[in-house]
Design a protein around this ligand. Sequence first.
Ligand code: NAP
Length: 372
Amino acid sequence: MMNPYMHEALTLAEQGRYSCAPNPMVGCVIVNRGQVVGRGWHQRAGEPHAEIVALHEAGTLAAGAEIYVNLEPCCHEGRTGSCVAALIAAKVSCVHLAVVDPNPLVAGQGLAQLRAAGIAVHIGCCADEALALNQIFFHYITQKQPFVMAKWAMSLDGKISVPSGQSRQLTSTAALEHSHRLRQAVAAILVGANTAITDDPQLTVRRKDLNLDPNLQPWRIILSAKGDLPHHLHLFNSPLASKTLVYTTEHSLPSWRQRIESQGVSVIIAPTTEEGMTDLLFVLKDLGEKHISSLLVEGGSRILTSFYRQALLQKIIIYLAPKFIGHTEALSPLRSLDLISEQSWQIEEMLFLAPDVCLTLKKVEKKICLPV
Ligand SMILES: NC(=O)c1ccc[n+]([C@@H]2O[C@H](COP(=O)([O-])OP(=O)(O)OC[C@H]3O[C@@H](n4cnc5c(N)ncnc54)[C@H](OP(=O)(O)O)[C@@H]3O)[C@@H](O)[C@H]2O)c1
């Protein structure tokens, strides 16, 4: 059975899902003689960590208390001070942590400092749940690149658009609302040049029940190697133009770049691949340096194929509409794959969003065989 205090810490942590990136979601519960005396969760980067919020609530009752936290407490000063130092100063007796923080600034040093101060440390309670909760953070902090998910809507015969290439809504309102929650949970959304032109998307979170703070809207990213996107696109003409990045190549015209930049958009020159495309590895590295911890690739077919072929996707979310397009020239999400056998996927979740279905696939990582 799941430990109820760690379960509560995980539930508290979850509250930071839409606001704390690129930091991890962390929750903390302080228990003194069987009574919960403090609770906290991390809301936003630069604001107090979960342990500090919980210690504040517990006050003097933190002395001798047990701490339940889903991630190893930090031991570096950062912007908000060391949580380990605060726990030691509060004279807690014991810390139960679910998983060690892989952040090189912590990575076991937090628990070592706690133990050196005479505080008992227990590791591993609800570890699987804690790993699943912060999979984006763990990927980002170890790879220094965003966790990449692809998302597309398709018909039952596997087509993502009608033959003319015109934009047409395939899925229902329920699927659309779900996809906006998905957008809300990522730091950036990416599309290719053709999708930017054909669909003229806004790439924003739009939810009926929520008027989202513009600061919390995800970054909008467009890959345009040739750099000939029209200036009138929604993406370049909104208050969020300043949260828009266009990755182009040196083949694009300087006058086009200047015009886009004058609209508030940032233009970044990326290296060109052999096929004349924008180098995706450069893009991901650059996004990582910009502290963008998660990326939702929304298409179209050429972009999805490029990410897939280079094995850069960690998850795929497919909205399946009960429709048939039935035309050989209609686009499939992935094209000309000869590497299909080299990547395995497993269905992680299946949601019925009547009348559509949403499948979440996770990549099956190859097992590493350690030498005996
Ligand atoms: N159903 C869905 O979920 C969904 C979602 C999105 C889009 N769509 C549909 O998909 C269609 C567009 O798909 P598409 O395949 O024609 O185009 P796309 O994937 O949207 O854009 C491809 C273009 O992006 C640029 N690009 C830059 N770097 C690239 C790279 N590394 N790899 C691939 N492309 C790169 C290139 O254009 P330049 O050389 O000109 O820069 C390339 O031609 C539209 O009809 C749209 O409605 C459907």
